[in-house]
Design a protein around this ligand. Structure first.
Ligand code: F6P
Length: 549
């Protein structure tokens, strides 16, 4: 495929950018009282307001034209059809099948995957209910109270984020703990909170070879054996989620206690699969299925809605506008909900592992910027940390504000005070970023309290350029369904951007190289030898470690 940069719409968009990029959103809002009406989309109670972006109708139309010229609709069909869109690993990318609540057949290599998907969901259902009710107990007959999910990357971030987000749906007597880092302090601190008789370990790893996960799993196994002094305890306290049956058996977990998934589920898209077992146990299978349903609804929306009414497509194309035309290469995700505090990390993997690539599908170096740096923090905490740079820094950071209208909790004298304060901040930040504060505004503000000299000195410091773009998502409440919707919106956004850039969003070769080098370093540490086989920096760091260990 010729680069999208040579397409008619891209060239027109470039010209439009040259003419339009000096526009200020303050003027765009002043000139058009209906601006919000033109630039928002809804899905049920979810409101996506994209009016605080540096766009006009022409911009949007040209962006949709770019999507058309990139044959986005064909690619969406390819994704949903089960074709091997992840060609460097010869795999389909079928997370949509995991939440295909319509149950319509989806074929991979001519075989409908839905019966297997449903069978695993049923196994999860029976198991999670049995753990929740106490029908399945630990080795000594006690009910499970702690679920330790050992996994990393996609086998950790999704379940951890969802369990954190949906705490109010959690089983009152079950605590989920997530262990991911190979740093021994992670598993050690987790085990300090665990009673061996009431702890279930879920070893979550697609490959069942990931060094961090397997190291933590073996340490947990050893800990349990030391505490319960019986090999038989392992099969009562360990279950596995994996595609690698032989490795699971070799670890000592019987296939009865293994929850399967498939190579066509990418790690960062896997929370909808058996990787979500900790979620199902914690919030119950009905709620887990609502999460799937929310995502399925957005899958249908993404597949069926025209580009102009399509939330993931619009979000993605506005991202393209900033990354490729303004060179704004980061995205800050700012959820105004403490439960969503892990969402930025989750989306970091979803986006950066998918689109952090400089090689196109044609094997050639891409000629434009690809995936943005994604980061963020829950509001209002971020406001007291890094928002200064978002408001007045030299880099422009497009931001996504996300907030449920109702809190999962009622606290304070009328039960709503906290949430009203939270919302006032949510909306104030995007307005301040958009509007800025002119020198005249500052002068007027200071005129009664400061002398002229002070006012003159303070004006540059207290004025804000504004014109800093943001998207806002508002929805009724954070629940399994609304969360499923939100996550699927972002997944599809990432997919759309990958199509525009002509990259394969479903592989992740970039993470392999560091793993290879680590495997060469480890034997040198095990032998505690001095080395000169790397480079002088690496050699000296290793030697210093070995000398002082
Ligand atoms: O190394 C990166 C990665 O492969 C991620 O894509 C994945 O989510 C993570 O490691 C964990 O992999 P696994 O589930 O196979 O342990």
């Amino acid at each position: 495929m010729t680069s999208i940069t040579h397409s008619k719409s891209w060239i027109q968009l470039k010209k439009h950018h040259d003419e339009f990029s000096n526009s200020h959103m303050r003027d765009l809002f002043n000139d058009d009282p209906d601006r919000f009406d033109k630039f928002n989309l809804r899905y049920d109670d979810l409101l996506y307001d994209f009016s605080k972006n540096i766009v006009n109708e022409n911009t949007l139309n040209l962006l949709y034209d770019v999507a058309k010229e990139a044959h986005l609709s064909d690619w969406v069909n390819t994704l949903f059809s089960g074709e091997k869109i992840n060609f460097t690993e010869n795999r389909a990318a079928l997370h949509i099948a995991l939440r295909n609540r319509s149950n319509k057949p989806i074929l991979v290599d001519g075989k409908d995957v839905m019966p297997e998907v449903n069978a695993v969901l049923e196994k999860m259902h029976l198991f999670s209910e049995a753990i929740r009710s106490g029908k399945i107990t630990g080795f000594t007959g006690k009910k499970f109270k702690t679920i330790v999910n050992i996994g990393i990357g996609g086998s950790d971030l999704g379940p951890a984020m969802v369990c954190n987000a949906l705490k109010s749906y959690g089983h009152p007597d079950i605590t989920p703990i997530f262990v991911s880092n190979v740093d021994g302090s992670d598993i050690s601190q987790a085990l300090e909170k665990c009673d061996p008789e009431t702890t279930l370990f879920i070893i979550a790893s697609k490959t069942f070879t990931t060094q961090e996960t397997m190291t933590n799993a073996f340490s947990a196994r050893e800990w349990l054996l030391n505490k319960l002094s019986n090999e038989d305890a392992i099969r009562h306290h360990f279950v596995a989620i994996s595609t690698n049956e032989s490795a699971v058996k070799a670890f000592g977990i019987s296939t009865d206690n293994m929850f399967e998934f498939w190579d066509w589920v990418g790690g960062r898209y896997s929370l909808w699969s058996a990787i979500g077992l900790s979620i199902a146990i914690y919030i119950g299978m009905d709620n887990f299925e609502d999460l799937l349903l929310g995502a399925h609804e957005i899958d249908n929306h993404f597949k069926d809605e025209p580009l102009e009414k399509n939330i993931p497509v619009t979000l993605a194309m506005i991202g393209i506008w900033y990354i490729n035309f303004y060179n704004y290469n980061t995205l800050s995700v700012l959820p105004y909900d403490q439960g969503l505090s892990l969402l930025p990390s989750y989306l970091q993997q979803a986006d950066m592992e998918s689109n952090g690539k400089f090689i196109g599908r044609d094997g050639k170096k891409v000629c434009l910027h690809t995936g943005p740096i994604v980061w963020g923090e829950a509001g209002t905490n971020g406001q007291h940390a890094f928002y200064q740079l978002i408001h007045q820094g030299t880099d422009i950071i497009p931001t996504d504000f996300i907030m449920p209208i109702k809190s999962q909790y009622r606290i304070g004298h009328d039960g709503e005070k906290h949430h009203k304060i939270l919302f006032s901040n949510f909306v104030a930040q995007s307005r301040a970023l958009m509007l800025g504060k002119t020198e005249d505004n500052v002068r007027a503000e200071l005129k009664d309290s400061e002398d002229n000299k002070t006012i003159k000195e303070m004006i540059p410091h207290k004025s804000f350029e504004g014109n800093r773009p943001s998207n806002s998502f508002l929805f009724k409440e954070l629940n399994p369904k609304s969360l499923g919707r939100l996550l699927a919106i972002y997944e599809h956004k990432v997919f759309v951007q990958g199509i525009i850039w002509n990259i394969n969003s479903f592989d992740q070769w970039g993470v392999e190289y560091g793993k290879q080098i680590a495997s060469l370093v480890l034997p040198v540490l095990d032998q505690n030898k001095q080395t000169d086989s790397f480079d002088s920096s690496t050699d000296n760091l290793i030697n210093y470690f070995n000398k002082n260990t």
